[in-house]
Ligand binder design. Structure first.
Ligand code: DAH
Length: 338
């Protein structure tokens, strides 16, 4: 009996030593330690061992199991190390790692977020409206008559349904006033569309930011103060801002806003950045009709509105000479804003 344990151990250690991978090593383990393994069967034979030899037999059995278990563990570690080494063969761990390219925000996103940030601090809330608009919200409700040049087939994208791609974000003024009574202080950044010939300063799809403030006793000084502050936050606290009389159908009086700026490599000059004005009472009157109430009674409320081109602000801010760069997604251009 004792001899057979000795030979089981020798055979098992030989099989373990001969194992070439995890599979054959596990076969070896099962063959000796498994339920019907050679050592397990031998251990079951302890019943037949005479009582006085049982202790010695047991010791021998334990010693064999310990030796076999240790050999298994050692061989397993050796095989694992061998597998690791094989997996890394041909890989140079001293090579510097490949850099993961990091993206950045688009200049239009940067300028839009900055504009929103400044205006939100002054209490303006975000508003939204559809880009596929009807003529009423884009023109009629904004006091823009049917024969106004902006409504020309050549200037605007019309659908067969009679709807159109909004030519400005000013339509959001009407949509917001239709659904909310005053006081109202909103901004609406978004796309606008015109049938412009595409060149260095024109795209057929561009970006605007609209603003509207309606309450009792909103006055021209409020308009001037708000927009002067806005453009000084945008372009620097000492920036000169001027209001030049102009005409828009939906504001009276109306102005264009210029800021005096020095674009990189040029002498300082006045640059037009926005349109604005006091909401024309005709706009409020039209609202009374569509709302069927007097919430926007022009005798009670006044307001100011403004609209600016975000593409243009980005071009001024970074001295971008061609507006098309903003939509070409050339990484060499975009990564300068990272
Ligand atoms: N909607 C005008 C445009 O696209 C810009 C504008 C001018 C908006 C005056 C306004 C405003 O709200 O009061 O040219």
């Amino acid at each position: 009996m004792n001899e057979s344990i000795g030979s089981i151990q020798t055979a098992a250690l030989a099989q373990i030593a001969a194992a070439t991978d995890v599979r054959t090593l596990d076969d070896a383990r099962v063959a000796v330690l498994g339920k019907k393994g050679t050592l397990s069967l031998a251990a079951a034979g302890i019943k037949e061992v005479p009582p006085q030899e049982k202790a010695a037999f047991g010791q021998l059995l334990n010693a064999a199991r310990t030796a076999i278990t240790a050999a298994l563990a050692e061989k397993q570690a050796a095989l694992r190390e061998q597998a690791d080494r094989a997996a890394l063969a041909g890989i140079d761990l001293t090579l510097p790692a490949r850099r993961v390219p990091v993206g950045s925000l688009h200049p239009l996103t940067l300028i839009r977020d900055q504009a929103i940030g400044i205006l939100r601090r002054m209490g303006f809330a975000l508003a939204d409206g559809p880009e596929i608009e009807d003529e009423f919200h884009c023109f009629d409700a904004l006091n823009t008559p049917a024969d106004h040049p902006a409504r020309n087939e050549k200037d605007t994208f019309y659908f067969d349904s009679g709807k159109l791609l909004r030519t400005h974000t000013s339509s959001v003024q009407i949509r917001t006033m239709e659904s909310q009574p005053p006081p109202l202080r909103i901004i609406a950044p978004g796309s606008a569309y015109r049938r412009d010939e595409i060149d260095a300063t024109h795209l057929s799809a561009f970006n605007q930011l609209e603003g509207l403030y309606v309450d009792r006793e909103v006055s021209l000084p409020d308009l001037k103060g708000t927009l002067e502050y806005f453009f000084r936050e945008m372009f620097g606290t000492s920036t000169e801002v001027r209001f030049r009389p102009h005409f828009f159908p939906f504001t009276e009086p109306s102005f264009e806003i210029d800021v005096k700026l020095q674009i990189k490599g040029q002498t300082p000059r006045w640059i037009e950045v926005a349109g604005c004005g006091m909401v024309d009472p005709a706009v409020f009157e039209s609202l009374s009709q569509s709302r069927k109430d007097q919430a926007y009674d022009p005798e009670q409320v006044t307001g100011f509105a403004f609209g600016m081109g975000l593409d243009r602000l980005a071009m001024i801010r970074w001295g971008i000479k061609d507006i098309r760069l903003l939509i070409e997604n050339d990484v060499r251009f975009l990564k300068q804003f990272a």
